[in-house]
Design a protein around this ligand. Structure first.
Ligand SMILES: CC(C)(COP(=O)([O-])OP(=O)([O-])OC[C@H]1O[C@@H](n2cnc3c(N)ncnc32)[C@H](O)[C@@H]1OP(=O)([O-])[O-])[C@@H](O)C(=O)NCCC(=O)NCCSC(=O)C[C@@](C)(O)CC(=O)[O-]
Length: 299
């Protein structure tokens, strides 16, 4: 059994993209730095989408230019098209992520095109990234339900996951965008995807809207998945999925992995401090139960 888990910290992107209030780049930079200091090896630091669609990510250039880069840490960026890719590479993104969906309606709302058009739109990114040796990660949204279409078949998720993998993505992150998945439905999705993409190339991106994220991750671990996306303090949501809450909190994920004896390289106390700091900036409570329990112990 592989005892090492890779955590992809998405708080500075997936977490902050949905905040109503403006957030200074300095606070975003401090967050990314605190997360890498806590031992996170992959930090999704921003997104190079149309700023009219997601204003909160408009300052991603300044974030990438301002961070103190740590050796061995990959600073990732979300890129919907070649323009976004070029913006990301110009400021030194270590890797990029393209994002498709298993739902036609969500694809239209999120990136203004059909699923098949999105795969075509990603081709120039894949070509440019291949030439520049930039790793590309692929997301599939709505793996366990869509806010517009409802149920999504695992076979549809697997079809899109395979298209992204065949296009050259080194890892496919399966996004339970609205958090409706349960261990049984997530198992069905992972089983379908693992039939067409090697399981070690699959990641789970679990939103915790229905309180199922840790249970779903635990089931995924049992099935052999070793890559999980999470967001410090459980920040976030998705601007195109009304009511979606944040990802599983990184603090809660780390605590569970500690209990399972799985290696991840993250210092829980430094991580919890990073979460407290960004929550103070945002003027909100942490969504992490572990962070709240640790804070209560210190009072
Ligand atoms: C994909 C587009 C760009 C298509 O948007 P569009 O309007 O169809 O694009 P377009 O190519 O027709 O261009 C329209 C204008 O946008 C500009 N433009 C075009 N591209 C860029 C760019 N990269 N950077 C800056 N500007 C850009 C372009 O230059 C032009 O400017 P104008 O001529 O009007 O002045 C748009 O729909 C978009 O930006 N969508 C992003 C939505 C988004 O960020 N959603 C949240 C992230 S996904 C997510 O959270 C889910 C995930 C990944 O976490 C997993 C999960 O939980 O499921």
């Amino acid at each position: 059994m592989n005892n090492t888990v890779k955590i992809v910290e998405v708080g500075p992107r997936d977490g902050l993209q949905n905040e109503a209030q403006p957030i200074d780049s300095a606070h975003k930079i401090a967050l990314v730095n605190a997360l890498s200091d806590a031992g996170l090896q992959v930090v999704e630091a921003g997104s190079f989408v149309n700023p009219k669609w997601v204003p909160q990510m408009a300052g991603s250039e300044a974030v990438f230019e301002g961070i103190a880069r740590k050796a061995g840490v990959s600073y990732a960026a979300l890129t919907p098209n070649l323009k976004g890719y070029e913006r990301a590479i110009a400021v030194g993104a270590s890797e990029v992520a393209i994002f498709a969906a298993a739902s036609e309606a969500f694809s239209q709302k999120n990136i203004n095109c059909s699923i098949s058009e999105s795969i075509e739109r990603f081709a120039p990114i894949m070509d440019a990234a291949r030439a520049a040796e930039i790793p590309v990660r692929g997301y599939v949204s709505c793996i366990a339900g869509c806010p517009y279409e409802g149920d999504i078949q695992p076979a549809k998720v697997a079809e899109v996951a395979k298209q992204l993998y065949d296009a050259g993505c080194y890892e496919i992150s399966l996004g339970d965008t609205i958090g409706t998945g349960t261990p049984a439905s997530i198992e069905a999705v992972i089983t379908a995807c693992a039939a067409v993409v090697p399981i070690e190339k699959l990641a789970l991106h679990a939103h915790d809207t229905y309180g199922q994220a840790l249970a779903n991750i635990y089931r995924a671990i049992q099935l052999g998945v070793r890559v999980f996306d999470s967001s410090v303090a459980g920040l976030g949501g998705c601007p195109y999925a009304k009511g979606a809450s944040g990802n599983v909190a990184t603090e809660d994920l780390v605590y569970m992995l500690n209990g399972l004896g799985l290696d991840h390289g993250v210092d829980l106390h430094k991580l919890a401090q990073a979460g407290r700091d960004i929550c103070a900036v945002l003027g909100r409570d942490s969504q992490s139960k572990v962070a709240r329990a640790l804070a209560a112990k210190c009072q």
